[in-house]
Design a protein around this ligand. Structure first.
Ligand code: SF4
Length: 377
C-alpha cells in the first residue's frame, strides 16, 4: 500500500510565517496542471507493483484549482496507477475558496476528505499571519462543508504572538462546536527568510514564546482528549475512524510518490525531491525529464527517521523492529540513549515499544534527536 502526494504550488497571497514552495503568480496554473499530469504518466513504472491507497493534493493551496483541473489530475492517477477500491482522497483547501458552489462541485468529484486551513477563528491572528481569509469565512466554510463532507480536518496554529490562553481555548472550543472529526495543530514557528522572521527582527512583532506554545499544546491535548479525540501523532488529533490514512502511512514508513515542484518521494531505500521552481519544473517535464534529486538512505538515516517519526506517534518505536531491521549494535545504542530519558519520565516502554510519555510529548523532537545515531552503519 502506498500514497501519491501532488503539490499544487500556488497561493493567493503569502502567509507571513510560510516557507513552503508556492507562487502567488497564477499565470502558469494551466501549464502546471498539464505538467503534473505528465509527471504522473512519466513515473508510473516506479509504482507498478504498488496499490495506491491514498491521494493527497497539498500545497500551496490546491483549492485554487477549479474542479475540472482537480478531476483531470485525479483521473491521471487512476489511468496510470492501480488504485484501491475506496482510496482516501484529500484536498487541502483555504476558507476563502470554499464558496457554497465550490463545495457542491467538490462533493461531486472523487475528493472524499477536506483539510481546511483555518489556523484561527480570530481576525487579529489571521491579519497578523497575513492569511487570505477572514474569521467569518473560517466559520462559514466549515458549516457549509459539513453539509457535503463527513471527513473534514481543520488546521489550527497556537503560540501566536498576542494570542493569550483564553483566545486559544476559544479557538479549540469553536472547532469542537463545529464537530469536525480531525484537527491538525502546530505551534507557530519562525522560519528563516520569512516575513515573520523579518518583522520579529525589526521589533514589529513580539518574538514567538516557546513557553506559551507549550502551555497551548497542553491545553490542546487536554481539551481534545476530553472530547474523544486521539492524539495519534504529536500534531494530529482524530476521532476513531478519522485518522489521516495518508499521513499515517507516511509516519509508518510506507512508500509515497511526490508529484509537482518541491514534492518529496520515498521508496524505503531512497528519498527524492523535485526542483522547487515552477518554471524549471514545467520546462523539464515538457522535455520528458524528471527534475528530481535522489539520495540513497543509509541504514543510519533510516534508523534516525524511524526514531523521529515513531516517537511522534501513538505506535512508538518497535524494539523488535530495531533488532531485526537494524541489528544489535543499533538496539544497544538505542537502549543506552533511552535509559536516562526513561528514568526522567520522558519515555517509557510498553509491549516492546518505546513511547513518549505525556511529560515528554511536547519535547518529542528533541528527545528523538538525542537518540539519533551519527555514524554507525
Ligand atoms: S496558504 Fe499555506 S502554503 Fe500558501 S502561503 Fe499560506 S501557509 Fe503557505
Amino acid at each position: 500500500m502506498s500514497g501519491i502526494y501532488i503539490h499544487i504550488p500556488f497561493c493567493k497571497q503569502a502567509c507571513h510565517y510560510c516557507d513552503f514552495h508556492f507562487s502567488t503568480n497564477m499565470g502558469k496554473k494551466e501549464a502546471m496542471v498539464l505538467a503534473l499530469i505528465k509527471e504522473l504518466e512519466l513515473r508510473k513504472d516506479e509504482f507498478k507493483e504498488e496499490v495506491v491507497q491514498t491521494i493527497y493534493l497539498g500545497g500551496g493551496t490546491p483549492s485554487v484549482l477549479n474542479t475540472a483541473e482537480i478531476d483531470q489530475i485525479i483521473e491521471a492517477v487512476y489511468s496510470n496507477y492501480t488504485v484501491l477500491g475506496a482510496p482516501e482522497i484529500t484536498l487541502e483547501a483555504n476558507p476563502d475558496d470554499l464558496s457554497k458552489e465550490k463545495i457542491e462541485e467538490l462533493a461531486k468529484s472523487p475528493i472524499n476528505r477536506l483539510s481546511i486551513g483555518i489556523q484561527s477563528f480570530f481576525e487579529e491572528d489571521l491579519k497578523m499571519m497575513n492569511r487570505a481569509h477572514n474569521s467569518k469565512e473560517a466559520e462559514d466554510c466549515i458549516v457549509l462543508a459539513k453539509n457535503y463532507f463527513d471527513n473534514i480536518s481543520i488546521d489550527l496554529i497556537y503560540g501566536i504572538p498576542g494570542m493569550n490562553n483564553d483566545r486559544w481555548i476559544s479557538n479549540i472550543e469553536k472547532a469542537l462546536d463545529y464537530g469536525v472529526p480531525h484537527i491538525s495543530s502546530y505551534a507557530l514557528t519562525v522560519e528563516p527568510k520569512t516575513a515573520l522572521k523579518a518583522f520579529i527582527d525589526k521589533g514589529l512583532i513580539p518574538t514567538v514564546d516557546d513557553e506559551l506554545a507549550e502551555v497551548h499544546f497542553h491545553i490542546l491535548v487536554e481539551k481534545l482528549e476530553a472530547a474523544g479525540f486521539i492524539n495519534y501523532e504529536i500534531s494530529n488529533f482524530g476521532k476513531p475512524g478519522y485518522f489521516s490514512r495518508n499521513n499515517t502511512a507516511y509516519w509508518q514508513g510506507k512508500k509515497y510518490l511526490g508529484i509537482g515542484p518541491s514534492a518529496h518521494s520515498y521508496d524505503v531505500i531512497r528519498r527524492g525531491w523535485n526542483i522547487n521552481n515552477n518554471a524549471k519544473y514545467i520546462k523539464a517535464i515538457a522535455q520528458n525529464e524528471l527534475p528530481i534529486e535522489v539520495e540513497v538512505l543509509s541504514k543510519t538515516d533510516r534508523y534516525n527517521e524511524y526514531i523521529m517519526t515513531g516517537l511522534r506517534t501513538i505506535w512508538g518505536v518497535s524494539l523488535e523492529r530495531i533488532k531485526t531491521e537494524f541489528g544489535q549494535k543499533f538496539y544497544a545504542y538505542l537502549a543506552q540513549q533511552a535509559h536516562k530519558k526513561i528514568e526522567d519520565g520522558l519515555l517509557y516502554i510498553e509491549k516492546d515499544h518505546l513511547l513518549v510519555s505525556k511529560k515528554g510529548k511536547f519535547l518529542s523532537d528533541g528527545i528523538a534527536a538525542d537518540l539519533f545515531l551519527v555514524n554507525l552503519s
